[in-house]
Structures are given as structure tokens and as C-alpha cells.
Design a binder for this molecule. Structure first.
Ligand code: NAI
Ligand code: 15L
Length: 263
């Protein structure tokens, strides 16, 4: 049977990519965003800060792919509204409407202060080390997902996305890139793997320069097909090699560790 998926953040960068890439897997999408979704007149315009609107958005769907919210550093008040209170509205709606599963777009910035200086690949079994209020909201999101899984049986896969763009844009992204097609593969695995409870996975492609382990993502059935190395010559010609003293080289969250929130 075709499953109906609520795709929040459908007007955003990743949402725009996934709205074309997910239907071939057999999903029917309900698109939703704070802004109108270009070319989709039937998309829902809603605000995560409005609990009633969120409940209506969720009603009747089988699962939610939650991309909506603030995706960069912002004031604490802004992050609190859309990413913290908004996420609580979403999980309450999901619980009350009996929705089976959420795929939550978490971020590398939940663990952004993790040093990259050690040997080996970094898994998901590391302590939270948010690098911004934004990253802190992703730590909250993973915590909320864990609570709703243990207490109410609402299942979630939290994907700590590296950098999901059509192409890697910087030397750092040669390590953190998640290609759009691999993103769709990973979201599909997260929607279909049985008995996930709350599972945290890293979300990158099969990058030659990867510093993240994909073990927990592969355990869900994810098999990445892309490698940022294909773009390495072009990226390095434009930007030069990564400065070993830079935040991008030393810390998982890269330059986000140096960003100050707006006043
Ligand atoms: P984006 O900023 O392009 O899209 C986010 C969308 O959420 C926007 O269209 C915005 O209008 C919507 N939104 C914001 N506040 C809202 C509210 N109160 N109610 C309803 N909708 C609201 O971000 P992008 O790059 O598409 O990322 C999607 C998700 O993936 C975000 O949650 C982001 O934190 C996460 N992520 C993305 C990464 C990337 O490389 N693109 C990396 C790590 C995480
Ligand atoms: C994120 O969490 C951001 O939403 C995205 O815009 C990218 O900057 C990404 O992380 C990254 O670390 O490259």
C-alpha cells in the first residue's frame, strides 16, 4: 500500500531535492512549509509554532520526514520557537494522531565540537557537543525523539546530516557531503527499516575523505552510491587545500564552532 508522508520544510534546499527524489520509492507526499512551495499549489502553508496547524498537517499521514525549521545559527528566541517548541508540537501531534514514524533531520552541529584529531571514524555513540543554539536544538530533537520512542512507542530515525547540497561546496564538504540521491536512499531506509525505536545515524555519502562511520546507517539498509571525491579537483582548484589549523579541519562542526548568534 502507498504510504503518505508529510514532508516539512518542503520549500527549503533539501525539501526541494527530496520532493522529486522520494516519490519514485513509492511514497505519496504531503508538502508543508512556512513559505509557499513553488510549483505545488496544494502544499500546506503552516507554522511549526502553531500547535493546531501542526496537528492538522499530521492528520492522516503514515510517517513524517521532518526537515522544517531554522537550519543555521540564529537568536535563541528564534531557535526556541521553530526548532524546540515547534518540534514538541510535531511529536505531540504524531502521538495523538497515531503516526508510526518520524525521520528527523538532525545535524552534525549536534556534535560539532567533537575533535577530528583522533584516529578512526566517528560513530554516533559520542556525547552531545553542540556548536551553536541551532546545534543545541538538534540535541533537544534527538532527546525528544528518544523520549517519545521509550514512552509512547513513536519511532524515529534521527539523521545527523553532514552537508546535503547538489555538489560539495568547500574542502570540508569533501568529507561531510551527502549527495541528494544518497539522502533519498537514507531517508527511504529510515522509513522502512523494522523496529528502529529511536536510532541515530550519520548522514554522508561514501566519501573517500569521510571522518564519520556509517555503521548505524548501513544497519538500516543504507547503501551510499556517491563519493564527493568526484568533485575534489574542482573544489580544491577553487578553494585550495584545507588549512590544518582551521576550525573546518579540527572540529566536526567546522566553522559553525566560531559563529556567534545574531543579537
Ligand atoms: P532550509 O533552511 O533550506 O529549509 C528549511 C525550511 O523550513 C525552510 O523552507 C523554512 O521556510 C522552513 N521553516 C522554517 N521555520 C519554520 C516554521 N516555523 N514552520 C514551518 N516551516 C519552517 O534548510 P535545508 O538545508 O533544506 O535543511 C533541511 C533540514 O535538514 C533542516 O532541519 C536542517 O537543520 C537539516 N540539515 C540540513 C543540512 C544541509 O546540509 N542542508 C545539514 C544538517 C542538517
Ligand atoms: C547544517 O546543519 C546546515 O543546515 C547546512 O546549511 C550546512 O551548513 C551543514 O550543516 C554543514 O555543516 O555543512
Amino acid at each position: 500500500m502507498t504510504r503518505t508522508i508529510l514532508l516539512t520544510g518542503a520549500a527549503g534546499g533539501v525539501g526541494t531535492l527530496l520532493r522529486d527524489l522520494l516519490p519514485p520509492y513509492g511514497y505519496r507526499l504531503r508538502l508543508a512549509d512556512l513559505r509557499p512551495v513553488e510549483g505545488a499549489e496544494d502544499a500546506l502553508v503552516f507554522d511549526l509554532r502553531d500547535a493546531c496547524a501542526v496537528r492538522e498537517a499530521v492528520r492522516g499521514v503514515d510517517a513524517v520526514v521532518h526537515l522544517g525549521g531554522i537550519s543555521l545559527e540564529d537568536s535563541f528566541a528564534a531557535v526556541l520557537g521553530s526548532n524546540i517548541e515547534g518540534l514538541h508540537h510535531l511529536y505531540e501531534a504524531v502521538r495523538l494522531e497515531g503516526v508510526e514514524r518520524v525521520v528527523f533531520a538532525s545535524s552534525n552541529h549536534a556534535v560539532g565540537f567533537t575533535p577530528l584529531t583522533g584516529e578512526g571514524l566517528i560513530g554516533t555513540d559520542i556525547p552531545p557537543r553542540p556548536d551553536t543554539f541551532y546545534g543545541l536544538s538538534k540535541v533537544f530533537g534527538e532527546g525528544l525523539a528518544s523520549l517519545y520512542a521509550d514512552k509512547y512507542g513513536v519511532e524515529t530515525v534521527s539523521i545527523r546530516i553532514g552537508s546535503c547540497f547538489p555538489r560539495p561546496r568547500s574542502p570540508r564538504m569533501l568529507s561531510t557531503w551527502l549527495s541528494p540521491a544518497d539522502c533519498a536512499r537514507l531517508v527511504h531506509a529510515a522509513l522502512t527499516a523494522p523496529g528502529v525505536g529511536h536510532t541515530v545515524v550519520n548522514g554522508i555519502s561514501a566519501n573517500t575523505r569521510a571522518r564519520w562511520s556509517l555503521a548505524s546507517a548501513r544497519a538500516l539498509g543504507y547503501e551510499p552510491q556517491d563519493d564527493a571525491e568526484l568533485y575534489a579537483a574542482e573544489v580544491l582548484a577553487g578553494h585550495g587545500e584545507l588549512d590544518p589549523d582551521s576550525a573546518d579541519a579540527r572540529l566536526l562542526g567546522g566553522f559553525f564552532t566560531t559563529v556567534e548568534p545574531p543579537a
